[in-house]
Structures are given as C-alpha cells and as structure tokens.
Design a protein around this ligand. Sequence first.
Ligand code: SAH
Length: 374
Amino acid sequence: MSTASQTGTPAPGQLTFVAPRRAKPARHLADLTMAERRAAVAELGEKPFRADQLSRHYFERLNGDAATMTDLPAAAREKLGAALFPRLLTPVREITCDGGTTRKTLWRLFDGALVESVLMRYSDRTTMCVSSQAGCGMNCPFCATGQAGLTRNMSTAEIVEQVVAGARELAAGEVPGGPGRVSNVVFMGMGEPLANYKAVIGAVRRLVEPAPSGLGISARGVTVSTVGLVPAIGKLADEGLPVTLAVSLHAPDDELRDTLVPINTRWKVAEVLDAAWEYAAKTKRRVSIEYALIKDINDQEWRADLLGKLIRNKLVHVNLIPLNPTPGSKWTASRPEDERAFVRRLEHHGVLVTVRDTRGREIDGACGQLAAAE
Ligand code: SAH
C-alpha cells in the first residue's frame, strides 16, 4: 500500500483538521488511567488489583504479553490479554545507521495505516521521536509527511506503544551502548500533535506518570512540537504538564510563513509567538523555536535580524535545522556561511541558538523525512 492510496494528496496550502472517518483502534491498557483500568478489570469479573499487576507488567517490565504473566490465574491471562493488550503496532521494517544508535521503525497499524518512529541514542540521553498521526494535514511544502495528507489520528496507546517498543530494545541491550532507558520523547514524528490533542495529552500523561501508572519519564524530557495551533497551545499551558513546547516557526514574517507553514494563514507569527510567551510564563519552561534553514528562502541575514528582534529577552531557544532533502522538493539546506551568519545575527541579539544535528538523514529518518512508505 502506498501513502497516496490511503488519502488524497492535498492541494498546495490546503489544510485538513478532521481526519477521514475510520474505524478506531482497539482499547489498550495504555489508553486508560489507573482508575479506568481498575474499572475495566472489574467489568471483566476480575479483582481490581489485577489492574495494578497488569500495569506493572506493562509499564515497569515493558511486557504486553499476558500469556507470560504467571502471577495471574491462567484463565484471567487470556481474558485480560484479549481485552487490554490488543496488538496495535506491527513492525514492518527497522533500519539503522550511526552504528546502530539511530533506528527508524516503520509500523503498520491495525487498519493498514503506516507510521514511523525513530530512536536516537546519544552519549548522555536516548530520545524517541514518535508519530501522533498517520500522515499530517498541515501541508508544509518542505516536509515529506505533509505531502501525503492526513490518514487518521492515532490513539493514546498507539503513541505510547512506540515509546515502549524503543524502551524494550534499550532494556534488552539491542541498542549499542549497553542496556539503557528512554530519557526523552519528542512529538516530532509524523503528524501535528496539537491537531490530535486529546490522544496526545493522554500519551504525555502515560509517559510522565510514575510506574505503575506510566513510564515515569521526566516531563522536562518531553517535547511537543507544533506548527502553531494557537488555541491548543493555550490549552496545553493549562494542563499542568511542564513539557517543552517547540514552535515550528521557519519564518519571522507573515508573507513568507504563509507559504512555508500554511496554518499561518489562520494564526499569524505575532499570535503564535504571543501564545508561546504565555506558555513560557505559565510553565516556566523555555520555549523552543524550530527554524529549518532553506537556501535562499528564509536564511537571509535580515530575516535573522527580524527574528532576533521578535524574540530577544524572552524565555526562548532557537533550534536551527539544516533542511533535510525530501522527494520532489526543489529546496536544499543553506550554505554553511549563510548558516553561520544566521547564527551570529541571532547571537548578536542575545538569543540562545543551536544547530540541530541531522541524525538519520541517510535512512530518511531525519526531521521532515518520515513518509512511511513500504
Ligand atoms: N507537526 C509538528 C511536528 C513534526 S515535524 C511540527 O510541525 O512542529 C518536526 C520538525 O521538523 C518541525 O519543526 C518541522 O517543521 C521540521 N521539518 C519538517 N520538514 C523538514 C525538513 N525537510 N528539514 C528539516 N526540518 C523539517
């Protein structure tokens, strides 16, 4: 199956907020709060404490195979397994680079939809980059995911399962560097996380809640990246979840941003930045501004100056991303000297800036390259 046959290819600038109606993935333990798990177990005629046992297996031991849960009565294993551990993700292919420390997995969901996740192990941390939608409706012209359109929203458990799969590989010592844990999760895979708000918030809660309720990953290690859905940024600020917010700005002026990030025709640069500052004020978390440097498109010094003026003295950090190549795109990364000049201009305004490394490029696993084709 190709992605193009799953959905229509959107016209340039066309935005899709509501996914085509599709059957929903089955309910999974990871969709549920602790109280909901106890209720679900009770409904199946089992003692509520079984929910705690199942949760320990899944979130502490990363085991989702009820048949091996020998502390449960044999009959209960089958019943609880069928009801709470449906198979949501089937691996289609895993490709690696960087000596096995960068690993991209293509997953098939229950309905045939395809998504990808990427594990990146560094000396001091391991980051899972996860998808929140199959496809994406935001249609940014430089991003491979956006070109195929939106297939559907993913469920909370489908998102969590990507992290659990990476955690399993690390725990089993399959990733070079010895047994390890997932320390960071970035919602920078396929999809616009804030367009699938409820499921994404559920997933964030599962990631940060301590075991047995969740995986116990520090909220500081979780980053939600958005094109700039202003009302949803406001909502996220009120969740009491101190996750890092990343805003994909890519241009400091509306004229250019209207073309690079089509949602800008709805919420302008000034509105997005205001929402970001409010997020920073409420959560005390430094906001990250993502800016893909595209040769001769958005990398001029005057644009760096304009960006610097808009964001100086704010709780902010700029992450410059050398543009990664995508099929059919005429754009390429900036010249090294233009990138250096851009960094210098921003630093001149006192803005913190880093250039992101482009891990996974050779396996089409870097930012904007996830297209999930077989
Ligand atoms: N929809 C969300 C999250 C997914 S993309 C968002 O847009 O923020 C994660 C980051 O990769 C975004 O900043 C996105 O703009 C950027 N990106 C997309 N295509 C890219 C490309 N070809 N090269 C570099 N970065 C890209």
